[in-house]
Design a protein around this ligand. Structure first.
Ligand SMILES: C[S@@+](CC[C@H](N)C(=O)[O-])C[C@H]1O[C@@H](n2cnc3c(N)ncnc32)[C@H](O)[C@@H]1O
Length: 278
């Protein structure tokens, strides 16, 4: 049968064919009801698979995000789903805390390979658009599944934002203070992106442990969370290079994590390490 015109056309032609042969057809409302029952059943199965994969402890933690926090009018969900408002040190730190919290929840590590990505994305979109009160109104399994997908998507999104946070906002900020500045990054794509965003600011590809500037020639270095990808046994090279480049009485501002556990980032540009906790 020619199916040009998609499922609606196919359905119409099938109905004509059945009518011509005097086959009794259910009314449209009956069909609508049947289809919505089948869809509701498929959705319930999807929610059950996701909630099962997450396990009760994670679901409990995710549901906990919807409760209003002590001493606040906001739920943790509202805090986590709200992105950065401006470029500032406190805001950057908040983003790193946000990422650490999302990773601690662990929704991103749940094995849900059997669930089609499109259905998870749809649930994530719905969840991320919803305030805590809207999510609280969902039925139990649907709420758990929606939170799982939303938090997974949010973890990836915030991680990407943080890894892409090299494209120049600090270099640009420092230049707006009237300081002559150059942004250096190991990743050519980040440098290209920075140049695209801030055409009037100097950026180049380079490595922290070989900055290619004369000895004692810079007034200061801001290495804001850029040494966090350097393995501990190689950090000396970067610090020695900073010491070589900075003029006497110059400044060094380092952003980094501190803690007792060293944990690799789940992505690669250069060997990246995260000191869990701060
Ligand atoms: C977490 S981001 C921080 C970016 C920026 N300092 C900021 O705060 O927006 C880490 C950046 O450091 C860069 N990076 C990591 N190791 C580097 C190295 N050895 N030399 C130069 N850049 C490096 C990465 O490519 C990434 O853009």
């Amino acid at each position: 049968m020619d199916i040009v015109g998609g499922p609606a056309r196919l359905f119409e032609r099938a109905a004509v064919w059945l009518r011509e042969r005097k086959v009794l057809l259910p009314g449209v409302s009956t069909l609508t009801r049947l289809v919505s029952e089948v869809r509701a059943g498929a959705n319930e199965r999807l929610y059950a698979v996701l909630v099962d994969a997450a396990g009760p402890a994670l679901i409990r933690d995710l549901e906990g995000l919807l409760r209003v926090e002590d001493g606040s009018r906001l739920t943790e969900w509202e805090r986590l789903r709200t992105g950065p408002s401006r470029v500032s040190v406190p805001e950057l730190l908040r983003q790193l805390d946000r990422l650490a919290r999302l990773r601690t929840l662990g929704a991103g590590t749940i094995d849900v390979e059997t669930v089609p990505a499109g259905r998870m994305n749809a649930l994530a979109r719905y969840g991320l658009a919803g305030k805590a009160s809207a999510l609280q109104g969902l039925s139990g399994q649907r709420r758990g599944a929606t939170l799982l997908c939303a938090v997974r998507a949010l973890t990836t999104e915030v991680a990407d934002d943080n890894h892409r946070c090299g494209p120049g906002q600090w270099t640009n900020f420092i230049q707006t203070l009237g300081v002559s500045v150059e942004g250096v990054d190991l990743v050519p794509e980040f440098v290209d992106e920075a140049r695209g965003r801030y055409p009037g600011v100097a950026f180049r590809v380079g490595c922290l442990d070989m900055l290619e500037v004369p000895d004692r020639s810079v007034a200061g270095i801001l290495a804001w969370y850029s040494v966090i990808h350097t393995p501990p046994d190689e950090i000396d090279c970067a610090l020695t290079e900073f010491a070589r480049c900075i003029a006497p009485y110059g400044s060094l501002l380092l952003g980094f994590f501190e803690g007792h556990v060293i944990e690799a980032f789940p992505h690669a540009v250069t060997p990246r390490l995260l000191m869990a906790g701060r």
